[in-house]
Design a protein. Structure first.
Length: 125
């Protein structure tokens, strides 16, 4: 079975790049332009993983992660943050408190992003 990843980012170019990368590696993807849209999609058809930017207008990645963890139907879905605005100590601590699997820098190696997705999906196996 192919894993489905919900990509949440307010910038279409970022979503497209991640969609192409993950699609090339066999993942099905869906996209949302922010936390509110992501929650609507999550309620209709939960993915296997949420890959979210942190800083977005409206509901940011932290708000989205809190909402996912607060919903019994969604709380087991792994969340990975993929962000350009990374402050290592603060983001990592805040993300860990919300049950986020990993925080990856957008400026980092795309292999690290693929590893983070695979690790988060395999954590329950």
């Amino acid at each position: 079975m192919t894993a489905t990843v919900l990509i949440v980012d307010d910038l279409p170019a970022n979503r497209e790049m991640v969609r192409m990368l993950l699609g090339h590696h066999g993942y099905d993807t869906r996209e949302a332009d922010g936390g509110e849209e992501a929650l609507k999609l999550l309620s209709k058809e939960p993915p296997d993983l949420v890959l979210s930017d942190v800083r977005m207008p409206g509901m940011d990645g932290y708000g989205l992660a809190r909402a996912i963890r607060a919903d019994p139907a969604l709380q087991s879905i792994p969340v990975v943050f993929y962000t350009a605005h990374y402050i290592a100590a603060q983001n990592t601590a805040d993300a860990a408190a919300l049950g986020v699997s990993r925080v990856i820098e957008k400026t980092g190696d795309l292999g690290e992003l693929l590893d983070a997705v695979a690790d988060a999906l395999n954590a329950d196996d």
